[in-house]
Ligand binder design. Structure first.
Ligand code: TXA
Ligand code: MG
Length: 358
């Protein structure tokens, strides 16, 4: 299949491209499109065949359910059995935006979109191109992140094309996304609202609105065979960089020293080495190894650049990558959730011994 890439820079190119993309979606075809979090791989969420095509294009296991994207709150009720009070409050506060809610699903939602679950994930994105596309399609748009399964989520149309060129019908290119990490997923079907995947909307923000809420215990540590995460996607290793990625955490000074030493050792042995660090400490490392992911003064920049940096290390075929930890601010949970998984849970306390690997 030939993949058409449509730039969305000017108004003149944007409207006709969106209309063609919407038509493709109605015909059961696949269109990758920008959202404020990451690019999504869209298909008609009510068409079981379109869902199967999504799984095939991504190479994704079909027990991993899809998020249905809508362009107005009125499109929610046909998809769900009931809308709990907590959901209403969260939607008032954060929709449209980077928040996905889990509801009991209605009969209209095919099992193929939800991996056989009796719940459905719904999101109302704020990106204008996403909104216009969904509105014109006139159907809920099922959209996982537009990467091959096992790769980092795409934050630019180029990343989408690298992974999915020849596997989808169209890519709408609206430039780099704003946030760079996938939406926060909150399950509102139980008594206590639970964050199944941390994201831009933090635990604190949820508690401010609801006065309660927690992380799903299964997502907090290493995968535990006795604790099954409620978001099936969270059980997968997800993205494993080609390099062995190690996160070093602790006191800044100790972290910098430890990373410089570890990277120096590997480099001396002839390995291709990379260092992922913030603006604040870049000058402390071997300049030939460093990628600056953002600034600690504005952790949004770190979320924004993280996946791009990880993709670049892969392209450069780095064999060892050492990263500082980024757990400080409200976005820390989301950033570290992705980074720690990419590191295969290899987190080293600065100043500690190897056997302290946790
Ligand atoms: O920001 C985002 O959410 C992006 C953009 C494109 O909107 N989408 C995204 O989709 O990240 P995906 O498919 O890569 O991740 C969806 C996650 C998976 O971990 C999946 O297991 C979980 O949502 N999920 C979907 N439906 C669910 C359900 N009914 N119950 C629990 N978890 C669900
Ligand atoms: Mg994904």
């Amino acid at each position: 299949m030939k993949t058409e890439i449509c730039p969305m820079t000017t108004k003149e190119e944007r409207r006709p491209a969106i209309l063609r993309a919407a038509k493709l979606l109605r015909e059961g075809k696949l269109v990758a499109f920008p959202t404020e979090t990451v690019y999504g791989l869209g298909g008609n969420g009510l068409d079981p065949q379109a869902s199967s095509r999504i799984y095939a294009a991504k190479g994704r296991p079909s027990d991993n359910p899809l998020i249905l994207h809508i362009s107005d709150r009125s499109e929610l009720s046909p998809l769900v059995k009931r809308i709990p009070e907590a959901a209403v409050r969260l939607m008032d506060a954060f929709w449209p935006g980077p928040l996905t809610l889990i509801f009991e699903k209605s009969e209209r939602v095919p099992d193929e979109s939800t991996g056989g679950l009796n719940t459905v994930a719904v999101r109302f994105p704020s990106h204008p191109v996403a909104q216009e596309l969904i509105r014109e399609a006139g159907v809920p748009v099922a959209a996982p992140s537009a990467n091959l399964s096992g790769h980092p989520s795409p934050t630019t149309a180029e990343h989408v094309a690298e992974d999915l060129s020849g596997r989808v019908d169209m890519i709408l290119d609206a430039g780099p996304v704003e946030i760079g990490l996938e939406s926060t997923i909150i399950d509102v079907t139980g008594e206590t609202p639970l964050i199944l995947r941390p994201g831009y909307i933090s635990l604190e923000q949820m508690r401010e609105v609801l006065g309660q809420g927690d992380f799903d215990p299964a997502i907090l540590g290493k995968p535990d065979p006795n604790l099954r995460p409620k978001a099936p996607g969270m059980k997968y290793r997800h993205y494993a960089p080609k390099a062995e990625l190690t996160i070093v955490e602790g006191d800044t000074e100790a972290v910098v020293k430890a990373i410089a030493a570890l990277a120096g050792e590997k480099k001396a042995l002839g390995f291709r080495v990379g260092i992922l660090c913030p603006e604040e400490s870049r000058g402390r490392y071997d300049a030939s190894l460093v990628k600056t992911v953002g600034t600690r003064a504005d952790e949004k920049t770190i979320a924004h650049n993280l996946y791009r940096c990880l993709r670049e290390f892969d392209e450069e075929e780095a064999e060892y990558v050492f990263s500082e930890a980024f757990s400080d601010g409200p976005l820390g949970a989301a950033i570290m959730n992705r980074l720690v998984k990419a590191a295969g849970y290899r987190v080293l306390p600065a100043g500690g011994e190897d056997e302290n690997l946790s």
